[in-house]
Write a protein that binds this ligand. Structure first.
Ligand SMILES: C[S@@+](CC[C@H](N)C(=O)[O-])C[C@H]1O[C@@H](n2cnc3c(N)ncnc32)[C@H](O)[C@@H]1O
Length: 213
């Protein structure tokens, strides 16, 4: 019994690696020297939604490892701008980006972000955070919504009037209530499924434009 479930898990892992190796976005990321294929999700969202990143923008990147979003954001700002990324995992340094290793969902992580901001208002909060998958769909969904709620709570404290938020989420339990809550703080909400996001994945992105208190 244990052996058959082990071989099922092994088959699943090998199918994932095969899909990953054949993925055109993974191949493109390797060709173009990106840290991950996630870079293309962000660049497509920024371009198609005319999200204007000014040279002096202050941007928070939640769940930033291995760093492809932070690299893209760092390229768009100038010396007066700031990108602060946080992740549970360690990251190789990124030019112009302040990196924090920590848990966003902890008082220490929240404190480290506050310190790095040094009283400045934020123009944009982006989150590609996803919980560690347990394999239980409902548990994973509730963990995702918890990260979404934390992200919105953080944005309500630090975003400037008119600022934007972009976050990954999953469709399922708790999503509708969360979207309504998001809608009470942003003038426009949009659901986005970028081309580089696997069709088989239930992930998509919520863009909240123009924050109001
Ligand atoms: C899909 S990856 C992000 C990829 C990243 N946007 C990029 O372009 O390289 C999701 C990340 O979220 C991080 N994460 C999940 N929960 C977190 C938490 N509570 N605090 C900080 N990071 C978290 C994971 O460690 C993982 O590295």
């Amino acid at each position: 019994m244990a052996q058959s479930s082990k071989s099922r898990a092994a088959r699943k892992t090998s199918a994932w690696y095969q899909r990953h190796a054949n993925d055109p976005h993974v191949k493109r990321a390797q060709r173009e020297g990106k840290r991950s294929r996630a870079a293309f999700k962000l660049t497509e969202i920024l371009e198609k939604n005319s999200l204007n990143i000014r040279k002096d923008s202050i941007i928070i990147d939640l769940g930033c490892a291995p760093g492809s979003w932070s690299v893209e954001l760092g390229k768009r700002i100038g010396p007066d701008g700031l990108v602060i990324g946080i992740d549970l995992l360690p990251l190789n340094p990124i030019s112009g980006v302040t990196l924090i290793q920590g848990d966003f969902d902890s008082p220490e992580g929240q404190h480290a972000l506050k310190e790095a901001l040094g009283g400045r208002d934020v123009d944009m909060v982006v989150s590609d955070m996803a919980p560690e998958m347990s394999g239980d769909k409902l548990v994973d969904q509730m963990r995702m919504i918890r990260l979404n709620e934390m992200t919105l709570h953080f944005a309500r404290q630090y975003l400037r009037e008119g600022g934007d938020i972009l976050m990954k989420t999953f469709m399922g339990e708790g999503y509708d209530a969360f979207r309504r809550d998001l809608g009470s703080s942003f003038r426009k909400i949009k659901n986005i499924k970028p081309a580089a996001s696997r069709k088989t994945s239930s992930e998509f992105f919520l863009l909240g434009a123009s924050f109001h208190s």
